[in-house]
Structure formats: C-alpha cells, structure tokens
Design a protein around this ligand. Structure first.
Ligand SMILES: Cc1cc2nc3c(=O)[nH]c(=O)nc-3n(C[C@H](O)[C@H](O)[C@H](O)COP(=O)(O)OP(=O)(O)OC[C@H]3O[C@@H](n4cnc5c(N)ncnc54)[C@H](O)[C@@H]3O)c2cc1C
Length: 488
C-alpha cells in the first residue's frame, strides 16, 4: 500500500471534479484528482453530448418528413441507416471525450490517481487496494448513475440504460421506455423519429421537469400526437421472451389490456448519487435519509455529525441538488475554491435556475418553476401570463407553431419570477428569461427591451404583456420589493 499526503483530494474527475481540481490548484500545488475510470465525464461519454447527437439525427429525419407542406419533396423515400446514425453519434461523441482526455493528460502525473475511493476516516481515503491518501481537505464529486426498480430485472439482458443506447451497432425495431423524465423524453422521441417503435410509460403523471398543469397537459397531448406516451401507466408484467421483452399494460385510451414485445426496455426512471461504495459512514458527516451528506448550498460544505463545518465539500450530481452540467461546473469551482481557502470559506455566486429538455417542441423551466413558486410564495403574491404558439407569426412560417409558454411575476413590485415553457426552440427564450431573472428585472423592464420582427421572441412579448396586465402593481410596496427582492 502506497501512502500519500496531500492538501486537497478531489474524488471523481467529471465536470464537477475537474472544476474543483482547477480551482483548488489556484490555492496549492498539493491537489490529487482521483478517478475510478474511465476518464471523459458523463456529459461527453453518455450524457449531454451523445444524446444531443442522436436528437440531431432524429430531427433531421423529422424535417425531411415535414418538408412536403412547404412544397419541397426530397427525392425518394425517407431511409434511415441506423448503423450510420450511431456511427456518427459515436464518432462525434469520441471527439468530445478526446477533448476532456487531453485536459486530463495535461494534469501532472503526481496530481492524479486511478482507483475507486472509499473513506476510511474523515481525512483518510483508500484508493482500491493500492494507495492510502491522507488529505487535509476533500471534495466529493462522484456524480450519479441510472437507477430503476428491481422489477425491471425481469427484462434480463434486454434491460438497458442511456449509456447502452449509444453503444448499439444499429437501431432496434422497438423500445419500451420507462420514465418520461428529461432523459426518457429526449431518447424516446429521438428513437421514434428514427423509425423505432416506441411506447413510453410513466408513473404519477409527471412529464419531464414540468409542474404547471396547463403546460404539462399541452405537452402530453402534443407528444401523444406523435408517439404513445402514458405518464400514469398501469404496467402489469414485464417478462423476458427469448430475444424480446413482453410488457403487459393497460392501453391509455382504450383501457384494454395489451401484451406487446419490444427489443429493449430502456430504464430512464431516474439517477441517484454515486455514494454506495464511498464509505461515507466513516467520513464523520451528517447524512440525510438517502445517505447523502447535508451541505451548505452556497459553500458546498458538508456538516460534521457534531453540527460543525466539515473540511469535506460536495459538488455536482452527487449532492443531488441541481443535476445539470453548468451547475456541476459552478459547484466544482466553488467547492474547489473553498477547499483551498478552508477554514475561511466563502459563499459562491449561483445563477438563476435554468433547465432545458431537448425534445421537440422543447421544454424549459426558468426560476423556481410553477411548483417552486407555489411552495415559496403566497398564492396572492404572484400572477401568471401566457402565450400559445399556435398563432405565433414566426413559428407559423416555419411550421413549428405548437406549444404553450407560461410566465410568472410578482404583484406589487412587478418583478419577473420565471417561466415554464413547451414550445419551439425555447432554449433561446429560456436564456433571455433566465438572464432577466438573474438581473432581477421587472416585467415592465423586460417589455422595454427590443423585439425584432418577425421572431419567436415576439411570443415571449405577448406572454409578458399578458402577465403585466394581470399584475397588481403598488408603488409603496414596489419600492420595498426593489430594496429587498421577492421572498426576502
Ligand atoms: C443522458 C443524459 C443526458 C444529459 N443531458 C444534459 C443536458 O443536455 N444538459 C445538462 O445540463 N445536463 C445534462 N445531463 C446531466 C449532466 O450530464 C450531469 O449533470 C453532469 O455530467 C454531472 O457531472 P458530475 O461531475 O457531477 O458527474 P460525472 O461527470 O459523472 O463525474 C463523476 C465521476 O466520479 C467518478 N467516481 C464515482 N465514484 C467514484 C469513486 N468512489 N472513486 C473515484 N471516482 C469515482 C465517476 O467515474 C465519474 O467519472 C445529462 C445526463 C444524462 C445521463
């Protein structure tokens, strides 16, 4: 067993871990980045990038299908070459992974180590069976992994998760997707558009991150015009039959009991933090009911069992708070800086909440979202406005006129509070709105901004006008709001 003594150990070389490493190096040269392998990050290998590559192929196929109403007739029949689709996904994916690998190669040999980390005590980490690392401060950045109910094991080797999809040699004939969350929706629609027979099963009625019922119902209808999706499905049995998985379920519309065979069951039922083998019970930390350390979201600092501030920090998906890439990166930097400064930690600045689902139409949540606002504010404190994209000028020109955008604002001070959107390319509108939110703009101030013609942003203007008309503005309270901000 080798012995190492370092100022800071970073566990996990994903987006958060790499951010933590580079921030920590600004404080000391004695930083050790430990990765169980393989390097390359979840984002580049099996997450954001390969999924967007598959979606790009799918949307290209859809554009061809939708060309005729424009008077454009691509020659011959639409043919999708599954091998070629997946070859391109992997080729481009490998380029993104190579970019990460190059940055890891640039890290000095003595500053990185390969192996699975397990806490032996609050300052001592065992790395596989080859090294014991004593670290003054530690950043946990071990990411998350797909999880699914035990019942799915009945699908045997036909059970797959997102990681497996990108390794397929070619596209299968059929896939049953369980979980219409962010990952499930993106992959299910992409596979459907690439000619795969898809059925999507959920429980509880949820659809991606949408919590505004009006947006959810609109999206549910729109998806169901394209492929079968039951967000509150009754699935009776899952059985392996030779090379296929047989699923018995109650059909959403007819309420008939059906048994259908699929090549694969794709489990997209959520992700949970990679803490299983980390030995957190030896780290002296207060853990929540799921075994995840309690931490301060501004400093990313964990709490000791005696309630004092720990020398251990936690960043990225593993803290189970905001499992998206830009937050993982920010958190890594905050955690790495605070590990470097410890015990003099500082609050890191956080951005306005923003999440996007790259289905089509896209889904975006800006700010706390409808459910978050309901939880944080009195119902009388805020109002909503909306626009339906069906008659939106620019959206109609492009035949992408489907969707509903709901925006929220605070009475009295008129401050913009966020939005839930299902609509054409709302990734762009969502950025505008999140920037306005972070700048603490009022709805009136947003309406003073330029809107070119004809653009989809004019739809946002319509929604903001509607919201503005619904806001009850009061000058005395408005002044107070400007001083303290909403919810202060
Ligand atoms: C299919 C899919 C699509 C996605 N699409 C998007 C998107 O479009 N936009 C977006 O913002 N986000 C997206 N995400 C989420 C985003 O990828 C994650 O939020 C982000 O990658 C998390 O980074 P991380 O550093 O926390 O974890 P990771 O990148 O997973 O890094 C964790 C690292 O820790 C290592 N590790 C784990 N345990 C140990 C141990 N005990 N010892 C040593 N090393 C260990 C792992 O091997 C891993 O390399 C997507 C995710 C998936 C799965």
């Amino acid at each position: 067993m080798q012995e190492r003594d370092v100022d800071i150990a970073v566990i996990g070389a994903g987006t958060a871990g790499l951010g933590a490493y580079s921030a920590a190096r600004k404080h000391t040269d004695s930083v050790l980045l430990i990765e169980q392998g393989p390097h390359g990050t979840t984002c580049a290998r099996v997450g954001c990038m390969p999924s967007k590559l598959l979606i790009a192929a799918a949307n290209t196929a859809q554009d061809v299908r939708n060309a005729a109403p424009f008077g454009v007739h691509p020659e011959g029949e639409l043919r999708i070459d599954g091998r070629k689709v997946l070859e391109r996904v992997r080729q481009e994916r490998d380029r993104f992974v190579d970019g990460v690998l190059r940055s890891v190669e640039n890290i000095e040999h003595d500053n990185k180590l390969t192996g699975r980390v397990c806490f032996e005590s609050p300052h001592i980490l065992k790395v596989d069976d080859h090294t014991r690392v004593t670290a003054k401060r530690i950043v946990i950045a071990t990411g998350s992994s797909a999880t699914y109910p035990d019942a799915f094991q009945a699908a045997g080797d036909r059970l797959v998760i997102n990681d497996d999809v990108f390794e397929w040699e070619t596209l299968p004939e059929s896939v049953a997707v369980f979980g219409p969350g962010v990952i499930g929706l993106e992959l299910a629609q992409a596979l459907h558009r690439l000619g795969v027979r898809v059925r999507v099963f959920g429980i509880g009625g949820g659809l991606g991150p949408v919590s505004d019922e009006r947006v959810r119902d609109y999206a549910d209808d729109a998806f169901n015009q394209e492929f079968y999706l039951d967000p509150d499905a009754t699935t009776e049995t899952i059985e392996l039959h030779g090379d296929s998985v047989a699923i018995t379920f109650i059909e959403r519309n007819s309420r008939e009991r059906l048994t259908e065979h699929f090549d694969y069951l794709l489990a997209a039922t959520g992700r949970s933090p990679n803490i299983e083998h980390l030995g957190l019970e030896n780290a002296g930390l207060t853990l929540n009911d799921h075994g995840v350390p309690l931490f301060d979201e501004h400093r990313l600092q964990c709490r000791n069992t005696d309630g004092s501030q720990s020398h251990i920090f936690i960043a990225g998906d593993t803290n189970n708070e905001l499992p998206v890439l830009h937050e993982a990166s920010d958190e890594g930097h905050i955690a790495g800086n605070n590990a470097g400064r410890f015990p003099e930690t500082r609050k890191g600045s956080r951005r306005a909440p923003l999440s996007i689902v790259f289905c089509d139409p896209q889904i975006a949540i800006v700010g706390l979202g409808y459910a978050g606002l309901k939880a944080h504010y009195d119902d009388k404190a805020w109002a909503s406005g909306e626009v339906c994209f069906e008659d939106q000028g620019r959206a109609r020109t492009m035949r992408v006129n489907s969707g509903l955008l709901r925006v929220y604002g605070e009475h009295a001070c008129g401050r913009f509070l966020g939005a839930e959107a299902f609509g054409p390319r709302v990734e762009h509108l969502a950025h505008l709105m999140s920037w306005a939110l972070q700048q603490r703009m009022t709805v009136a101030q947003m309406l003073e901004m330029p809107f070119y013609h004809p653009v989809i942003e004019e739809g946002l203007r319509t929604a903001l006008r509607d919201l503005n008309a619904n806001l009850q503005l009061g000058s005395a309270i408005a002044e107070r709001c400007m001083e303290h901000g909403p919810g202060d």
